[in-house]
Design a protein around this ligand. Structure first.
Ligand code: 5AD
Ligand code: FES
Length: 366
């Protein structure tokens, strides 16, 4: 039964909602391993055994939003707020370029005031200039107007990550204050595509009140939105957030949560063969080699932290975030060893765009 199902998925990329849910619910470890092996074959065929590096620079934890799960939400007065000086952010990006990371991701809490929008525009331009236009630039800066997205695109950013967090509007409403809009977030994903970004989204896995049906729907949402990249990872409770009250009832044991995260990666690979999928750092928070396991389940992107070590401690979206003590070059060496150990290559010095995006642009005649 399982073999037949996996065979079909491998050959056609088609799975129904019920079938996806059934695969998410697999419990027998050898069945789960068959799912991962199948996704790995699809990965090998469509995107190769290459891990692309994106150095992530988390440059500010000031946030105007108040998501109930997030450690840097506006109302968390225990977080020490920081914004890295522009010159230091640029230095980190230049370091990543010299270390042959093909690209970096700039991420921060969400702000949309004019001073911030100008600063980001300056940063993008300066980073492009200082790296001879060679460094790929992804930004992950939340919900913005089309005009802002366009300005940042024109300045030189070409990929954007905006997680939908959950594709279920009712669950979304339970995880956010009333003035956070699910519809606007979906609209932002459309805007980003319209402006011309390679667009990435994702969800948190293991949220309170989330079912495997919700997760199966998330995967079909990604497919329907025809997205180019996915970054999704386990949800990890943070003590200084409102959702902590759900911990006793909803926390999933680490091993099971890791497996669920890996199954989501494998299923995303089966359904959307040629996209980029990240093995996120939160996987590593659950098991020390969680990211390598992500690569073996079908992911092809790793996001080593390239933030100055002195700022890492304060950017705690969740607790026990790995690598907050290591500096950027330690992360590079450590990851390189880990990846080579599982027999993969690192795509040093290249942007590593998803073949899916290339196909999408070609077919639309752009
Ligand atoms: N656990 C895991 N991921 C989280 N994020 C925010 N808070 C948490 C948490 N407690 C994720 C969100 C956001 C991304 C930057 O971090 O999905 O989009
Ligand atoms: Fe910052 Fe949600 S708390 S975007």
């Amino acid at each position: 039964m399982l073999d037949q199902l996996l065979n079909r998925a491998e050959n056609t990329g088609d799975l129904s909602l019920e079938e996806i849910e059934q695969l998410l619910n697999l419990e027998d470890q050898s069945d789960i391993d068959s799912l991962f092996a199948c996704a790995y074959r699809v990965k090998t065929r469509y995107v190769g055994r290459i891990a692309w590096f994106r150095g992530i620079i988390e440059f500010s934890n000031i946030c105007s939003k108040d998501c109930y799960y997030c450690g840097i939400r506006r109302s968390n007065s225990k977080t020490q707020r920081f914004t890295i000086p522009e010159a230091d952010i640029i230095e980190s990006a230049v370091w990543a370029w010299k270390a042959e990371y093909g690209s970096v991701v700039l991420q921060s809490g969400e702000r949309s005031d004019p001073a911030y929008i100008d600063m980001v525009e300056r940063l993008i331009k300066e980073i492009k200039e200082r790296t001879n236009g060679e460094l790929g630039l992804t930004i992950s800066l939340g919900e913005q107007s089309e005009e802002t997205y366009q300005r940042w695109f024109d300045a030189g950013a070409h990929r954007y990550l905006l997680r939908i967090e959950t594709s279920n509007p009712e669950l979304y409403a339970k995880l956010h204050p009333a003035d956070h809009s699910f519809e606007n977030r979906v609209e932002c994903l459309r805007r980003l595509r319209k402006v011309g970004y390679q667009t990435g989204t994702g969800v948190m896995i293991g949220l309170p009140m989330q079912t495997t049906r919700h997760l199966a729907e998330d995967l079909l949402f990604f497919k329907r939105m025809d997205i180019d990249m996915i970054g999704m990872g386990p949800y990890i409770f943070h003590s200084d957030t409102p959702l902590i009250g759900y911990r006793a009832e909803w926390e999933i044991p680490a091993k099971k949560l890791l497996n669920l995260g890996l199954k989501m990666i494998a299923l995303a690979r089966l359904l959307m063969r040629d996209i980029n999928i990240a093995a996120t750092t939160a996987l590593q928070a659950l098991e020390h080699d969680g990211r390598e396991q992500g690569l073996l389940a079908g992911a092809n992107v790793i996001m080593p932290n390239a933030t100055d070590t002195q700022y890492r401690e304060a950017y705690q979206l969740y607790e026990n975030k790995p690598c907050t003590d290591e500096n950027a070059s330690m992360c590079r060496g450590c990851l390189q060893r880990r990846i080579e150990k599982i027999g993969e290559q690192i795509g040093f010095g290249q942007w590593g765009d998803s073949p899916h995006f290339a196909g999408r642009v070609k077919s639309s005649g752009l």
